[in-house]
Design a protein around this ligand. Sequence first.
Ligand SMILES: [Zn+2]
Length: 63
Amino acid sequence: MTYTYRCTHCGQIVEITCSISEKDQKEKEMTCPNCGSSDFRRIFNALIMSKREAGSIAPSGPS
Ligand SMILES: [Zn+2]
């Protein structure tokens, strides 16, 4: 499984790949490679994909 997190301080995206049983430990150990923070918010791949789609459509103004 690949889990995706976003640093709540700088917005850096960090992905970890591990089993479900390892996830909690990985979450405790992970630090942001950009700012060193250990505060992360879990984000889901589906959310990223939908964001990318929304970006490509470029919603500017009402349709
Ligand atoms: Zn960070």
